[in-house]
Ligand binder design. Structure first.
Ligand code: ZN
Length: 424
């Protein structure tokens, strides 16, 4: 059978948040792009499949990044001493406006695509800019990385600088429609996703038009929600009849009612907003490094987990400067401890296994059966080599995985497969 193979190594995955399943020197069998099973000894029926022995290395499911901005990759780590609004005006908006120039977009997006390819990420939800040609170029480049990604041309028609604002809602809809027609079904790995930037940057009329596009094309949606107190107050002024921020999307069907939706941040979502996210199956993209860097606050990941919300991790490039979801796992643990200490002592910190779950199966669920090695899951896997992280004792596999999460980066990614295809 095509794309059927066996890999051997120390296999680590989390079917549930509470525990990391580990099979030392185990066999992961992939049949026709899907996981067939994890075994301590290889069953006879699979003995004829090609086998790659990764020896003492760790094999984990591919990681999912639920929120990042590709055009911001070039200035990641710059301006990290600013708060959100100053950072947007100094770095984000001027930089994103450069993507009107395709030559610039090619130079920048090539760097981004190459780095994403060599990361542990196998699935991603990506913001581009409002520019259609540059967004298509990004999709072309990401197609080559073999990462399975949703990519969004951004909609924004108000409260933006003149140099980065669509002319009006009708133009925004027309450009978006053209972009969808040109990209939907055009790629093996890449799909379009509707991407209203956030309520402050999208007029009611534009939201209504995006809602109609969703019904017409059945596309998923990604946006931002309840990130920053100033932003939330501004949404209250712009939409005085909305009970809470999430309603400003929900009234146009853009909050999970008419198709899957990812909302990034959710730092200050109140009870009513959380209830609606639960009801609509909205995915929370928890971006701990961005929460810290932009001084947004700390998203209550523990509360959302206990409430049973759909949730995964996001790097939020460039609110977060690291493209690594391993790093996001580490940051999620650290930030949950700050939440517990400073905000609410009833919210116990996340464990490493819970954070590992969010970066694998939690976020992977947005893309279907992804992020686990249970039978039937997509054969997305990453081989981690921790030889560069020596330790004076012989550590067990779980401790070794924990060290790679906290100390590792893309240099520890030894091999990567997406849906059974080996990327490197
Ligand atoms: Zn963002």
């Amino acid at each position: 059978m095509e794309k059927s193979f066996v890999v051997r190594g120390h296999i680590c995955y989390s079917p549930v948040p509470e525990k990391i399943e580990i099979v030392e020197n185990g066999y992961l069998v992939c049949e026709d792009q899907r996981v067939a099973g994890v075994f301590e000894t290889l069953p006879e029926q699979y003995a004829a499949l090609p086998l790659t022995d990764y020896g003492d290395r760790l094999i984990i499911p591919g990681l999912s990044d639920l929120h990042l901005h590709a055009p911001q990759y070039a200035f990641r780590s710059l301006g990290m001493d600013m708060e959100l609004m100053e950072w947007l005006n100094t770095h984000t908006f001027p930089e994103e406006s450069k993507y009107a120039d395709l030559d610039y977009a090619a130079r920048a997006y090539e760097i981004f695509a190459n780095d994403l390819k060599h990361s542990a990420t196998t699935r991603a939800a990506v913001f581009a800019t409002l520019h259609v040609p540059a967004t298509k170029l990004l999709m072309d480049l990401l197609e080559q990385t073999q990462v399975k990604a949703f990519v969004g041309k951004v909609n924004m028609d108000r409260n933006c600088p003149d140099f980065l604002c669509e002319k009006d809602s009708a133009t925004s809809e027309m450009d978006t429609r053209r972009w969808i027609e040109e990209t939907m079904g055009a790629y093996k790995n890449i799909q379009p996703i509707l991407t209203p930037r956030f309520t402050p940057a999208c007029s009611d009329d534009l939201m209504e038009r995006i809602g109609r596009l969703q019904k017409e094309y059945h596309l998923p949606v990604q946006s931002h929600l309840s990130e920053n107190p100033g932003e939330i107050a501004f949404v209250g002024e712009l939409c005085p009849d909305a009970g809470f921020y999430g309603e400003t999307y929900d009234r146009y069907g853009l909050f999970g009612a008419n198709g899957p939706s990812i909302m990034a941040h959710c730092v200050y979502s109140g009870d009513a907003e959380v209830e609606l996210m639960k009801k609509r199956g909205v995915f929370v993209a928890h971006c701990p490094q961005s929460n810290l860097n932009l001084a947004s606050g700390i998203a209550p990941a523990r509360k959302y987990m206990d409430r049973g919300l759909n949730m995964g991790l996001g790097t939020d490039i460039a609110g977060g400067y690291s493209l690594s979801i391993l790093r996001a796992m580490a940051d999620a643990v650290g930030m949950s401890k700050m939440y517990w200490r400073l905000v609410d002592e009833s919210c116990r910190p996340l464990s490493v296994s819970e954070s590992f779950y969010l970066g694998t199966k939690g976020g992977g669920a947005f893309f279907g059966k992804c992020g686990s090695f249970e039978e039937g899951y997509a054969a997305d896997l990453v081989v981690l080599d921790d030889a560069s992280l020596p330790h004076p004792q012989a550590l067990d596999v779980e401790k070794r995985l924990e060290r790679v999460i906290f100390l590792g980066d893309e240099r520890n990614v030894f091999a990567k497969y997406v849906e059974g295809d080996r990327v490197f």
